[in-house]
Every structure is written in structure tokens, then in C-alpha cells.
Design a protein around this ligand. Structure first.
Ligand code: CP
Length: 306
């Protein structure tokens, strides 16, 4: 069993991970030996704080071992991806892969003889969505019928929220002036739309007014800060997305949970004061990546051993 996208998972499977995430958070000691002798290969082509730490620390807290592998210090750049994945499958029990391209995650899953978890690609970010579902379930006590407005750029995170929404009956409205080309997934949008779990809107205020959760993600890429060659694109995005910033003026008077998958760029997609607002649950959301990753790894290995 892999987790490439939540589109492939049943409602029962997702809800089991959500419920177990909450149980693991409450009683971590009960799971301290659950992964004795097991190894997680964390195969990262891109940087990460939350996903890496959730996998590596999560595996250690379950009594197993995490092995971080990047593109600089392994031979993944030199060799055929499939060959290296086959070899990795003989050392580890699970692969958590963060690749640039979705096609590479699919190829890794095809070549692996152990479960592969998609740790974020250009199309989906399913482990983020599982942590988000856990957080919403904790806060609201339900997922079905929850109304979530996603604001900003339609990207991998937005896609995984839509897939998660379709799975659990959560209604996602995207107020997104632009979509990343890699994130276009018409079959997902169509299925979710038909189920009443996805809509696109340009009415930001109206959408927030009927929402339980308001969610955003960065639209300023790291290269924009590091490389002056991206100055024009950075300016274009600021012009386009600034009207969609989560700030006090937009959110005043709204009883909503405020979520952000992080890393955030304060002052761009979210203002300083809204990041630290009492309605903001972004840091609990980030912590829950750890608990939900533990529940996911346990589920994936249990299913694999059946
Ligand atoms: N939200 C998220 O995936 O964070 P990282 O990129 O730090 O893993």
C-alpha cells in the first residue's frame, strides 16, 4: 500500500489515520515500540522542515530508525531512479519521498517493493492534508460538512485539500486567481464538484463569511528572495495576490479557524497579526504533522503485512 494521493484511499482508511493520529497524540508512550527494528528512508530532492522532522522524529518515537537521504550525498542523481529505489527497498521498510515531479513519485512506487509515501510533489501533498484533517477534527469534532475556503495560488496543497474533502465530505472553495500548471487535475475537480465538495469562487468575503476554516499557502517562492533574476516575477505575484492576503481587515468579525501549511512568508500571503491571532491554529497544525505521520506509517505497514 502506498500513499501517492488521497484520491487512491478509501474513507475508512483516511478516517482510521485521523482517529489514530489523535489517539497517538494523547498517549504517545503506548506506541513507543510499535516500529521496533523498522527503518524509514526519507528521500528528499527538495528542502523540508515539517515533513522531514515528522518522518524522522516520528519513526524514532515509534522505536524505529529514520535515514535521511538527499540529492547531494546519494547517487540518485547519477543513476536510474528505478534501480536506486529497488535497492533502497531492500534496506528500508517505508520510503517517504519528496520529489519535484509527480511522475517520479509514481515511478518510485512502481519500482519499490515497499510502501512509498508522497512527501510532496508538484501535484499533491497528501501527508499535509492528513495532518490538516486531524487538526480540523480535533478543533471542530467533525469533518463532514465542514466548509473550508482556500485562498491564494491553486497548488499541490490545494489539490490535496480537495482530494481530502472529497474523501470525508468537507466542502472546499478555492479563491485562487491563478493555478500552478502542474496542479491541474480536471478529473479530481470534476469528481469533487459533482459531490458538492469543490467550488471555485472570486467572492473572497462571501466565501469567508460562510466558512469554518480559512486556509492559505505561500505564493512567494524561496528563489524570489535568493535570486534577483526573479524580481519581475516576484513583483507580478505581489500585484496579483496581495488583495488575497489573510489580514485583519479581511477576517475581522469572522469566527473561523485560520490555517497555513507553512513555511509562511509573513507580510505576503498572511499578515503578522493574523499568523499570531487567537483564531490561528497554524502551529498546532504543524505539530500535528508529527502525530499524523506516525499514524500513517503504522497504517501503511499494518496494511502491508496483512
Ligand atoms: N508544510 C510542509 O510540507 O512543510 P515542509 O516543506 O517544511 O516539509
Amino acid at each position: 500500500m502506498h500513499l501517492i494521493t488521497l484520491k487512491d484511499w478509501s474513507n475508512a482508511g483516511v478516517m482510521e489515520v485521523v482517529e489514530n493520529s489523535i489517539a497517538i497524540k494523547k498517549h504517545p508512550g503506548q506506541y513507543a515500540d510499535a516500529m521496533n527494528g523498522r527503518s524509514l528512508a526519507l528521500l528528499f530532492q527538495k528542502t523540508s522542515t515539517r515533513t522531514r522532522c515528522a518522518g524522522e522524529v516520528g519513526m524514532a518515537q515509534l522505536g524505529g530508525h529514520g535515514m535521511y537521504l538527499d540529492w547531494q550525498t546519494t547517487n540518485f542523481t547519477l543513476a536510474d531512479l528505478g534501480d536506486e529505489i529497488r535497492v533502497l527497498s531492500t534496506y528500508a521498510d517505508i520510503i517517504l519521498a519528496r520529489f519535484l515531479k509527480h511522475a517520479d513519485v509514481v515511478r518510485a512506487a512502481e519500482c519499490a517493493t515497499i510502501p512509498v509515501i508522497n512527501g510532496c510533489c508538484d501535484r499533491y501533498h497528501p501527508t499535509q492534508a492528513l495532518g490538516d484533517l486531524m487538526t480540523i477534527q480535533e478543533k471542530l469534532g467533525r469533518l463532514e460538512g465542514v466548509k473550508l475556503t482556500y485562498v491564494g495560488v491553486h497548488n499541490n496543497v490545494c489539490n490535496s485539500l480537495i482530494a481530502a474533502g472529497l474523501n470525508v465530505g468537507m466542502e472546499v472553495t478555492a479563491v485562487t486567481p491563478e493555478i500552478n500548471p502542474a496542479a491541474v487535475d480536471e478529473p479530481l475537480f470534476e469528481d469533487a464538484r459533482k459531490a458538492g465538495c469543490f467550488a471555485v469562487s472570486n467572492q473572497l468575503q462571501a466565501s469567508i463569511a460562510k466558512s469554518d476554516v480559512v486556509y492559505t499557502d505561500t505564493w512567494i517562492d524561496m528563489e524570489f528572495f535568493l535570486d534577483s533574476g526573479f524580481k519581475a516575477e516576484k513583483e507580478r505575484r505581489i500585484q496579483l495576490f496581495m488583495p488575497y492576503q489573510l489580514n485583519r481587515e479581511l477576517l475581522d468579525g469572522h469566527d473561523v479557524l485560520i490555517m497555513h501549511c507553512l513555511a509562511a512568508h509573513r507580510g505576503y500571503e498572511i499578515s503578522d497579526d493574523i499568523m499570531d491571532d487567537p483564531r490561528s491554529i497554524v502551529f498546532e497544525q504543524a505539530e500535528n504533522r508529527l502525530h499524523s505521520m506516525k499514524a500513517l506509517m503504522l497504517k501503511i505497514l499494518e496494511t502491508n503485512n496483512e
